[in-house]
Design a protein around this ligand. Structure first.
Ligand SMILES: *Cc1c(COP(=O)(O)O)cnc(C)c1O
Length: 370
């Protein structure tokens, strides 16, 4: 008899559904018979500027060492990060994308039958990594699409090991103030880990937006994650990091696979960290694009959730199906992101692109809605 391997898979995996990424450019090009160059992808919050030239140079310099394993300890990148962030290298855990860190923290602390807490409309990976280890996900209702941190603290039960806070959150672009975060951290029991996901940290200008790393000294249960996939423009290379106490970093480094970040990623991340002009330019481009898009949404009478990230979720007009708008935009060669799986069926999320990409998106949107 044929073996049914699906039935043999561990329970958390049997009910797991893979993460749904934004539609790739080459896939749509094949489907529409278009050139990849004619397609505008604003679906995965990628940096539209292209990589830093310094990153490209650093990668070229690594090519000759392709036969060697990378530095598993990430010495150079950790040193640069520690200087830039005024932390010790021992506080850093490097990830193959910051998503890796979410997986590590769950594997370090969460047993089958434990629970994790996160907000409605929060980033999808938290539920996935929790399910994988058989944990219960406690999802608290959002407040005007943002995290209700008081409700999240109240939802913690005897089995809760981790609370995931995304600041700002994806796909809503909402954020919490320093006071809200500190009040929350004061409420969370000392043995419960708070994973503060700051993937969009660099884009936020709000004066009362907190820097999670500055709170580490007061809250030993805090882990802050950041990434090179967004403002640093290196999504393809998969590199991110966690910052925590050395004790938590030591635990996470025990479950981290050896060589989880490759030489090109290490070198490019380090070079982009040192290229401050690149990051400034990325942020300025984002600010201009955000102003343009919100202006156009206002002019079109489309509601949107004010966002401090490099993306924005807008509401399709009443009586219009968001998937129809999504598919209509695809036919115009523009890829945005449906967010029905984030319980936002009447919204679409669009990443901020270059000026030309943003204009192409608005032109296509007007066509689809007319
Ligand atoms: C994009 C994103 C990340 C980054 O993922 P990487 O694995 O670092 O590419 C993390 N958290 C949120 C909320 C994101 O939107």
């Amino acid at each position: 008899m044929a073996v049914n391997f699906s039935e043999l898979a561990v329970e958390g995996v049997r009910s797991l559904r893979p993460y749904q990424p934004g539609k790739p450019i080459d896939e749509l090009a094949r489907e529409l018979g278009l050139n990849e160059a004619d397609i505008v992808k604003l679906a995965s919050n990628e940096n539209p500027l292209g990589p830093s030239p310094k990153a490209l140079e650093a990668i070229k310099a690594e090519l000759a060492d392709l036969t060697r394993y990378p530095d598993g300890a990430g010495f150079v990148l950790k040193k640069t990060l520690s200087e830039k962030l005024s932390i010790a290298p021992e506080q850093i855990t490097l990830g193959n994308g910051s998503s890796d860190i979410l997986d590590f923290i769950v594997r370090v602390f969460v047993n089958d039958g434990d629970s994790v807490v996160f907000s409605q409309h929060a980033f999808a990976i938290y539920g996935l990594v929790a399910k994988m280890v058989g944990a219960e996900s406690i999802v608290t209702p959002a407040k005007e699409y943002g995290h209700d941190l008081e409700a999240m603290a109240s939802a913690i039960n005897d089995r809760t090991r981790i609370v995931f806070v995304t600041n700002p959150n994806n796909p809503t672009g909402t954020w919490n103030t320093r006071d809200e975060l500190v009040n929350f951290l004061n409420e969370v029991p000392a043995h419960v880990i708070v994973l503060l996901d700051e993937a969009y940290f660099e884009y936020v200008h709000e004066a009362d937006y907190p820097d999670g790393i500055s709170l580490l000294k007061d809250y030993p249960n805090l882990v802050v994650t950041r990434t090179f996939s967004k403002a640093y423009g290196l999504a393809s290379l998969r590199v991110g990091y966690g910052v925590s106490s050395p004790e938590l970093a030591d635990l996470m480094n025990r479950v981290r696979p050896p060589f989880n970040v490759d030489s090109f990623a290490l070198a490019a991340a380090n070079a982009t960290l040192l290229d401050e002009d690149y990051v400034k330019e990325s942020i300025a481009l984002n600010d201009a694009g955000m102003a343009y898009l919100t202006g156009e949404f206002d002019a079109l009478g489309l509601a949107y959730i004010p966002s401090v990230g490099n993306f924005i979720s807008f509401k399709v007009p009443d009586g219009v199906n968001a998937m129809d708008v999504y598919n209509g935009l695809l036919r115009q060669g523009v890829i945005v992101r449906p967010v029905a799986n984030y319980e936002m069926p009447e919204y679409l999320r669009v990443s901020i692109g270059t000026e030309a990409e943003n204009t192409a998106f608005i032109t296509a949107l007007k066509t689809v809605l007319s």
